[in-house]
Design a protein around this ligand. Structure first.
Ligand code: SF4
Length: 318
């Protein structure tokens, strides 16, 4: 690990000011991904701004009937929150499907959204990777890509976004609340927060340099049956091959979001619109435009089968 300057911030303003003083400074909280990346020297920030003591660890009702989740709420605490379990159950289930209990105890809400891909070539410093070193190439395109993305890929990168929590946030139309170095606050819709790779796969979010995520806001609850179904190579501590987040509404409508398929949490309006036509139609709509390799073409069939299973469970309950 390379040496770096460390600053323990005492307020949001202090954190933002400290980050603005060093180009390339990074905020750190749980550190469950960033510290690994630093040990491998994939990331070498000259300064770390510790944001653990900013008090952004509350889950609160908003005036509009939604929920504001502090950026530093630990994944375990968010999954166990009584309001989340009752009104946003898909979020609780997605959190519990991710990582391990130890990691969930440490990982934060903002850090989960910002975690980086687990593409094996991203972590192998000997291999070309546009995301790690722009312009160097992409070893995955002709390498081992069984786990990688089939939607919103580019000729530069086909890495999947690894988060389960972010898929549920996408389903629930979350907003990412931030503060910029100039003190401006804004809310970025989750649909615009993660960026598809295009020809700049190293640019992963809409955040500007030094902009800090302070909370995530959820709209009022979507009533109905919440589902998070994750298919993976082993029963725990594995990333999704395919995951389906769904809410089957009390009014007969349904909405869907997907993990393991896209370079960012995936949602398609056409898939929601196809809900009344059944699982096959939803799968076809969700996968329109998919671009597969010989190794990951199976994800199309797996998506259809996972959706069929989700629909069967819903019909059995109805
Ligand atoms: Fe790097 Fe993306 Fe290619 Fe993986 S898929 S090697 S992360 S550029």
């Amino acid at each position: 690990m390379k040496t770096f300057h460390y600053h323990r911030a005492t307020s949001v303003e202090d954190a933002i000011d400290a980050a603005a003083q060093t180009q390339g400074a990074r905020f750190v909280a749980g550190g469950t991904n960033l510290l690994d990346l630093m040990k491998l020297q994939i990331e070498t920030p000259p300064a770390l701004i510790d944001v653990n003591r900013l008090g952004l660890d509350k889950v609160e009702r908003t005036d509009g009937g939604g929920l504001r989740i502090g950026a530093l709420v630990r994944n375990t605490d968010l999954a166990a929150d009584a309001v989340v379990r009752r009104d946003y159950a898909v979020l609780s289930r997605a959190l519990l499907a991710g990582a391990s209990a130890q990691l969930r105890n440490k990982a934060t809400t903002a850090g989960n959204l910002l975690q980086r891909t687990r593409c094996p070539y991203f972590y192998d410093m000997r291999m070309p990777c546009h995301k790690r070193r722009p312009g160097s190439g992409c070893a995955a395109l002709k390498g081992f890509n069984r786990n990688l993305a089939i939607l919103e890929t580019s000729d530069s990168c086909i890495a999947t976004h690894p988060s389960d929590m972010a898929v549920a946030m996408r389903l629930l139309d979350a907003g990412v609340d931030t503060m910029a170095p100039d003190g401006m606050r804004r809310t970025i819709p989750i649909a615009d927060f993660h960026r598809p790779p295009g020809d700049t796969p190293h640019v992963e979010t809409a955040l500007k340099p030094g902009e800090l995520v302070v909370s995530i806001t959820l709209p009022p609850p979507v009533r109905g049956r919440h589902v998070y179904r994750k298919v993976r190579d082993r029963a725990s501590y594995a990333f999704a091959l395919v995951s389906v987040a769904a809410v089957f509404g009390e009014d007969g409508t349904a909405r869907f979001a997907f993990g393991g398929l896209g370079t960012r949490p995936w949602r398609a309006a056409a898939a929601d619109a196809a809900a009344s036509s059944g699982a096959k139609a939803v799968a076809e709509a969700a996968l329109a435009g998919a671009r597969t390799t010989d190794q990951n073409d199976f994800k199309k069939v797996l998506t259809a089968r996972t959706l069929a299973s989700v629909f069967r469970a819903q019909e059995a309950r109805a």
